[in-house]
Design a protein around this ligand. Structure first.
Ligand SMILES: *[C@@H]1O[C@H](CO)[C@@H](O)[C@H](O)[C@H]1NC(C)=O
Ligand SMILES: *[C@@H]1O[C@H](CO)[C@@H](O)[C@H](O)[C@H]1NC(C)=O
Ligand SMILES: [Zn+2]
Length: 417
């Protein structure tokens, strides 16, 4: 029996190797629970020693669950699903082949126009692009540093401002490193704000100060490019394993729900609230400009959800009703271009009870009026491995929704300069 092998490979071995981990013959399964006991049965599998990599949790409302399996565990998985009569299909047969097609471009420093929207970029590429924007738009773009990572990388960003006295919008990308569509989408939004000819986009750029951080977990992002594509956490070493889930480490209801005390878990909340340099320094930065922020957006994948604070209860809290109404209208606008459906709700009702995330802290401790978390594309097919040809459509529809968020927020009495 191969009990524990998968866990060993993904969480321990991958943390220390120096050659890129290969996913030859790994497969991604889309599993469809449709009987009463299926959720329990899948939960049991998730919690078993087999440690399959569940990309979303088997929750009562889950239509599908994506499960990554190593080549040696596929038979065990398939037999288990068959035994309980659970339907499944393979959406990526050979993950390594899929990764080989995942374009990662080298960004050429000094060529302002050379970032393309059909490929992903490395951290160096993204930071070089920010340098170019700073040089190319000296009157509008300034460099900002939101904090520092465990391995001493700066959390770099830019501020777009067309003059003093404006209210601010904050964009937080890439806190979970394998969710590559997040930085890509944030970069697209940045580009639109600086170079679009669309009147509504131009006024959104002009009317607000934009604080933009495409990669708030730089160490994890580098690791996901250079060593292990499925990496989620930061890179703090803890005993023989690595990484704290930076979106469970913020100091609000820390460790209450949806987080783990086990350092090898992908949801490990860390030794204490704000134990991690990334979340601690970024939160201080946010606090330092907090009274200016009217809208805070955090970008994750996947699931096509727009989430609202809080994650500790399905009970509506604060201005939940306004936030949902504004959010639903914005998701209506998002769906116009390509028909992509989104679900809007608070974290607990739309996914699960989970605390220690950035948006809850920003809502509670910075009192930002409107705070949302996007779970970008897709829902049931590629999960974290969204193909590069979906970067542009994902980014375009997201931009549409942000313009509508601003429009609706104003109608509801928010975001008035
Ligand atoms: C993947 O599976 C194929 C077909 O079963 C096999 O020939 C090949 O050796 C496997 N590759 C690796 C790296 O395990
Ligand atoms: C959930 O957390 C928020 C923010 O910390 C708090 O105001 C609220 O009372 C909590 N709700 C419950 C049911 O614990
Ligand atoms: Zn995430």
């Amino acid at each position: 029996m191969k009990f524990g092998i998968f866990l060993f490979i993904t969480l321990t071995f991958s943390s220390v190797l120096c050659e890129k981990f290969r996913f030859d013959n790994y497969s991604l399964y889309k599993v469809t629970p449709n009987k009463n006991n299926h959720i329990d049965v899948l939960r049991e599998l998730q919690n078993s020693e087999l440690k399959f990599d569940f990309w979303n949790d088997p929750l009562p409302n889950a239509e599908h669950v994506l499960i990554l399996s190593g080549p040696n565990e596929k038979e065990i998985l398939e037999n288990y699903l068959k035994k309980y009569d659970i339907k499944s299909e393979i959406t990526i047969n050979n993950v390594q082949e899929h990764l080989d097609k995942e374009v990662v471009d080298v960004y050429k420093r000094g060529e302002q126009r050379s970032m393309a929207w059909n490929s992903y970029y490395t951290l160096d590429g993204i930071y070089a692009w920010l340098d170019n924007l700073i040089a190319y738009y000296p009157n509008v773009v300034t460099e900002i540093v939101g904090g520092i990572s465990y391995e001493s990388r700066p959390i770099r960003g830019i501020k777009i401002s067309h003059g003093p006295g404006r209210r601010a919008i904050f964009l937080e990308g890439g806190i979970h490193s394998r969710e590559w569509i997040s930085p890509a989408t944030v970069n697209f939004i940045t580009n639109e704000l600086l170079s679009s000819d669309d009147e509504e986009t131009k006024s959104a750029a002009r009317d607000y100060d934009w604080y933009i951080f495409p990669v708030t977990n730089p160490d994890g992002y580098v690791w996901s490019h250079e060593q292990f594509r499925m990496w989620r956490k930061n890179r703090r070493p803890i005993g023989s394993t690595f990484g704290v889930d930076l979106n469970r480490n913020w100091n609000n209801n820390w460790l209450r729900f949806g987080s783990s005390t086990n350092p090898s878990s992908d949801n490990y909340a860390g030794p204490g609230p704000f134990s991690e340099p990334e979340s601690r320094t970024l939160s201080s930065y946010i606090k330092s400009i907090g009274d200016k922020i009217d809208l805070y957006l955090s970008f994750h994948s996947f699931g096509q959800l727009l989430l609202i604070p809080f994650g500790n209860s399905t009970q509506p809290a604060a201005n939940y009703h306004d936030a949902v109404n504004i959010g639903r209208r914005a998701m209506g606008a998002l769906s116009v271009r390509y028909g992509t459906p989104y679900t809007t709700g608070n974290i607990a009702e739309a996914i699960y009870l989970a605390t220690g995330g950035s948006i809850d802290w920003v809502k509670e401790f910075v009192q930002v009026p409107l705070v949302y978390c996007y779970e970008l594309r897709d829902r049931t097919q590629y999960g974290f491995l969204l193909p590069p040809d979906q970067i542009l459509p994902t980014s375009e529809e997201t931009m549409d929704s942000i313009l509508e968020l601003i429009h609706q927020a104003k109608r509801f009495g928010y975001m008035n300069n």
